[in-house]
Design a binder for this molecule. Structure first.
Ligand code: PEP
Ligand code: MN
Length: 353
């Protein structure tokens, strides 16, 4: 090859490196600006500034580069910079006390998979509240795989949950399967759960987002068991975009080939705690119960999730797991949650040092 071409190519390689070096430097600087904006509660997006940058550059380079080229290049540069923005943040709602409780650590949500009787949820609530668990879960509209399985006590069960939570100074967490269930039971649910099977029910996400926009009632969205992290975040965005910023992200295990010969019901998606914490400011809850489907693993997985930085845990418990009407195999005795609490408190202290 012509020696000149070779030399010029070497020069081009150097220039390309320089271009990418400059773009990386620019990205770092804009990250600093984004962090400052987030710290001062200013919007990250600034379309006017982006337009100004492009027009200024066009004025200076109009004889060398087309406007179209500058726009396409800088659209990519801006998008790359904004990718560094962390997604979402809990905001004050009508009930600031719930948001305060959600911001306290350790954040533990516990209770039976399904509420079986008033006495049962009353007894469990009493045990949990003594350990200072603040969120009482209990399913009443159950999305069961088989139509022959117990489907939950419905509205009656929700009343039991509400009474038990009220008596013990706890908040209720329960799943709804459609908008009508939410409408009819709105005041009895403090944190609305959307289950794994409904993560891609976009109409439901939109409608729950809309009906909670006024009071910003928190919504806990569970990851679809076959969904990627970006699909999970996009599902959360449906609720945020409908006007409710208060979304909790719950990892609950995913389907992989491992179930072929493992005793686990799902693959615990523990590592995604790191990924979500990197991408969002929304609380990340880990559910060891549905992740493992095996009560022997609940304590260890809970501890691992806390070490990895999970903001909270959702744990199924039952007074007599072998007799439970749903998910007994993964339920622990409520008293066992004290181990997790103690571990979490030690961990928080160590982090404070
Ligand atoms: C639940 O937490 O009650 C539940 C049904 O979980 P998932 O939607 O993750 O299966
Ligand atoms: Mn369950």
């Amino acid at each position: 090859m012509d020696g000149n071409i070779h030399k010029m190519r070497e020069e081009i390689d150097l220039l390309d490196e320089e271009i990418l070096n400059l773009i990386s430097k620019r990205k770092q600087l804009s990250k600093k600006i984004i962090d400052l904006k987030i710290g001062s509660n200013l919007p990250v997006e600034d379309a006017r500034r982006e337009r100004e940058i492009i027009l200024n550059l066009h004025n200076k380079f109009s004889d060398k580069l087309s406007l179209n080229f500058i726009i396409r290049l800088f659209d990519n540069v801006f998008t790359e910079a904004k990718k560094q923005v962390k997604f979402g943040k809990l905001e004050a709602g009508k009930q600031q006390n719930i948001i305060d409780a959600l911001n306290k650590r350790p954040l533990i949500i516990a209770g039976p998979c399904v509420i079986e009787s008033q006495e049962q949820i009353h007894d469990i609530a009493n045990i949990l509240s003594k350990m200072e668990v603040k969120f009482l879960r209990g399913g009443v509209f159950k999305p069961r795989t088989s139509p022959k399985s117990f489907q939950g006590l419905g509205i009656e069960g929700l009343k039991y949950l509400n009474i038990a939570a009220h008596e013990t100074n706890m908040y209720t967490v329960s799943e709804v399967l459609d908008s009508r269930q939410l409408e009819e039971n709105y005041s009895n649910i403090d944190v609305i759960q959307i289950g794994t099977r409904n993560m891609t029910n976009f109409n439901l996400l939109k409608s729950i987002g809309k009906s909670t926009a006024a009071d910003k009632k928190p919504v806990m969205l569970k990851r679809g068991f076959s969904s990627t992290i970006n699909e999970f975040l996009s599902a959360a965005e449906y609720i945020l975009d409908a006007g409710n910023p208060n979304v909790l992200l719950c990892l609950r295990g995913i389907r992989t080939f491992e179930q072929i010969d493992s005793t686990m019901r799902n693959t615990p998606d523990l590592a995604d705690i790191l990924e979500l914490k990197q991408k969002t400011n929304l609380p990340v809850i880990f559910d060891p119960s549905h992740s493992a489907g095996n009560s022997n693993y609940i304590i260890s997985l809970s501890k691992a999730a806390l070490v990895l930085g999970a903001d909270g845990l959702m744990i199924e418990c039952h007074e007599n797991p072998s007799e439970a009407l749903s998910d007994g195999i993964q339920s622990i005795y409520p008293e066992k949650i004290i181990d997790i609490f103690e571990f979490a408190e030690k961990l928080i202290k160590r982090r404070d040092i």
